[in-house]
Design a protein around this ligand. Structure first.
Ligand code: UT7
Length: 325
């Protein structure tokens, strides 16, 4: 039985932080941010908004789009590295917000690759009879753990949520192939050193700004430029498809130069790649889901289209998936 996407949804905070706003906060320029990353503005959650709020909004839309009701959902996975609390999982609060009566609910942290990891986990549970309708949400409020004194990172990140309801789909559709992986030797390249069990919150952690994301941008860039096209090629091969069979490629929206480099390596026409990072920045686990939902609601991505989804992130993790919608 094929397993695939029944409905999609996304949500972002309304507040916009532009490059011009950032020019007033750190030593940077609109020109530098645009040429190095392709980002012009990003959405930023206010003090009253947490990951579960936008995750719930995206999830509600995905359930509606699937033509289901909350009671039909029997698995929620919130893929996030910015949970509302250390305990309980953000998925529990999403469950309450959406008034889902009875289901399995947990969080999954695979950083920016999280949403793809989540969909594969849902597929595994579905195949073994663990669920019928899974709500998989990639949601992050990265700006809550961003150091707005660090110009190397604060210009890149934004907040948002992308969701899908997954379940049985008709023959010929669904997830046609996938590959997700991680190289733990590179775990230090993107990390939040403080606030966990290694270095619990303390005055020292706060004084050293270790509650914020730290990143070796250049190393991650080199890794991403290699792994994105390699992974897309691998999942195409697994599905027995060629680049020309794809209607759309939807990559993780981290940096325009990473995306352009990858599509050039695979000879993918630029007009078949969904890119929205100019308006949202890097929204971590949400980025692929937001790009997919936006393009779907705009009538660009349609039912029956074949999509190549590909992402990378902290861990370092990566993953790809061929989906026929
Ligand atoms: O979801 C996964 C998350 N991570 C990523 O995707 C990150 C991948 N990496 C990147 O996207 C890029 O490496 C960055 C956008 C982070 C940086 O671009 P870059 O072309 O690799 O720049 P760089 O780090 O080599 O820095 C070049 C220069 C440096 O100055 P010097 O040493 O040449 O004088 C930096 O200090 O640019 C400086 N710089 C800035 N200047 C103005 C770094 N950040 C800024 C800034 N504004 N915001």
């Amino acid at each position: 039985m094929p397993f695939g996407i029944l409905g999609m949804g996304s949500a972002c905070p309304e507040n916009v932080l532009t490059n011009q706003d950032l020019e007033k906060m750190v030593d940077t320029s609109d020109e530098w941010i645009r040429t190095r990353s392709g980002i012009a503005e990003r959405r930023i959650a206010d003090h009253n908004t947490a990951t579960s709020d936008i995750a719930s909004q995206a999830g509600r839309k995905a359930i509606e789009d699937a033509g289901l009701t909350p009671a039909d959902i029997d698995l929620i996975i919130v893929c996030t590295l910015t949970p509302d609390y250390q305990l309980p999982a953000t998925a529990c609060q999403v469950m309450e917000n959406l008034e889902i009566p009875n289901c399995m609910a947990f969080d999954l942290n695979a950083a920016c690759t999280g949403w793809l990891y989540g969909m594969i986990c849902a597929k595994g549970l579905w195949v073994t009879g663990g669920c019928r309708h899974a709500l998989v949400i990639g949601a992050d409020c990265l700006t809550k753990i961003t150091n707005f004194k660090d110009r190397a990172t604060c210009v890149l990140f934004g907040d948002g949520a992308g969701a899908a309801v997954l379940g049985e789909v008709e023959e010929g559709r669904g997830i046609l192939s996938h590959h997700v992986s991680c190289d733990g030797r590179m775990f230090r390249h993107i990390m939040v050193p403080g606030g966990g069990s290694r270095k619990p919150f303390s005055r020292e952690v706060l004084e050293a700004d270790e509650q914020f994301i730290q990143m070796d941008g250049n190393d991650v860039f080199k890794f991403a430029v290699r792994i994105m096209p390699e992974t897309l090629r691998l999942v195409l091969d697994k599905a027995g498809l060629a680049v020309s069979d794809l209607d759309w490629v939807i990559p993780h929206q981290a940096n325009l130069r990473i995306i352009e480099n990858g599509i050039k390596r695979l000879d993918i026409p630029a007009e078949r790649v969904i890119i929205n990072l100019e308006r949202f920045g890097n929204t971590s686990a949400a980025s692929v889901g937001i790009a997919l939902d936006e393009a779907y609601r705009a009538g660009r991505v349609k039912r029956g289209h074949t999509l190549g989804l590909v992402a990378f992130g902290g861990g370092l993790t990566w993953g790809g998936m061929i989906v026929r919608l």
